[in-house]
Design a binder for this molecule. Structure first.
Ligand code: MN
Length: 315
């Protein structure tokens, strides 16, 4: 359905209301001043000054009022992203940003990798041309290719929490959320130190916990210092620095994963599904139960499943 939004002042809006007097409807949507239904068009005027025209006659009706009115930009859909006081401003996509993201938290095998990367606004076009985008839309070979292109042109910090370290921290009672928060904070501090005395317009973290929880994890830590700090889910799509960080983190994860496969003597699978259980059972068979500490995140449910599989399959 066609729709047009224009922006008008109050007197213009009142003129419109008078003009559509015979087509006014009684039931008003929330926040609206009036609503009218002339032939093949629904018009809704809002307190903000925006007037929405919908239907096949939308453009024709809107054209009657467009002189002297501004065409309001189409609103971005943000319905799936929760807003809070750390929500980024609408123009963040054009700023110079240190962005951070992590990889590996849902994979039974392999480490957690976290990257903070600095992308200046004048590099945005270049990075886009190099293919930097939401890594969820990219396959591993593409990620490797893009990572190789960007690793020498943007400053970044990579932190890897290998499996033995992860398992030690986890056994001491540290949650994965806290580990991630610590790693993000460290990586951001490193990259900020690297680019000194230059400062980004802001830091943008791909959000994995509510802001209150995130900052609570970092209590007692020396926090990174920035002009502004934003947390958002789906941040890879909000600024290319987070997309780049995600690609670099994934690249490091893939490399580490390949090393682990070599060490295992067979290809270990990603994720935490049944293939993973089978691979872990094979690993127990070939290297012993203790090997899991070096290869896996032991506290995942996969460990018990693998032990059962091992008992069934290899005994
Ligand atoms: Mn993320």
């Amino acid at each position: 359905m066609t729709h047009v939004v224009i922006l008008v002042n109050t007197s213009q809006m009142m003129k419109m209301k008078t003009y559509y007097a015979s087509a006014l409807v009684d039931k008003l949507p929330p926040g609206s001043v009036f609503s009218a239904r002339p032939a093949n068009c629904t018009i809704t005027a809002y307190k903000s000054g925006k007037v929405l025209f919908q239907g096949s006659q939308a453009e024709i009706e809107a054209a009657k009022w467009q002189e002297g009115a501004k065409v309001a930009p189409a609103q971005k859909k943000t319905s799936t992203v929760k807003t809070h006081r750390y929500s980024p401003p609408a123009n963040i996509g054009t700023m110079s940003i240190v962005g951070s993201d992590e990889v590996g938290t849902g994979d039974y095998f392999g480490p957690i990798t976290v990257v903070a990367a600095y992308v200046k606004k004048d590099q945005l076009t270049l990075l886009k041309e190099m293919g930097v985008q939401d890594s969820k839309n990219l396959k591993d070979p593409q990620i490797v290719e893009i990572a190789k292109l960007i690793k020498d042109i943007i400053p970044f910090s990579l932190l890897t929490c290998d499996n033995p370290k992860y398992n030690t921290l986890q056994a001491k009672g540290m949650s994965q959320g806290k580990m991630k928060a610590l790693l993000h904070n460290q990586a951001i501090k490193h990259v900020l130190a690297k680019i000194e005395p230059e400062q980004p317009d802001a830091v943008l973290i791909d959000q994995f916990a509510e802001p209150g929880v995130f900052f609570n994890y970092l209590k007692g830590q020396e926090l990174f210092k920035a002009k502004a700090t934003y947390l958002s889910t789906k941040a890879e799509g909000i600024h290319l620095s987070v997309a780049a960080a995600s690609i670099l983190a994934r690249y490091a994860f893939i490399q580490r994963f390949d090393q682990l496969s070599k060490k295992a003597g067979f290809t270990i699978p990603k994720g935490a599904g049944s293939k993973v259980d089978e691979a872990a059972a094979r690993l127990i068979h070939e290297k012993g139960l203790n090997a899991l500490n070096e290869f896996t995140k032991i506290h995942f449910a996969n460990t018990e499943k693998a032990k059962k599989l091992y008992a069934k399959k290899y005994h």
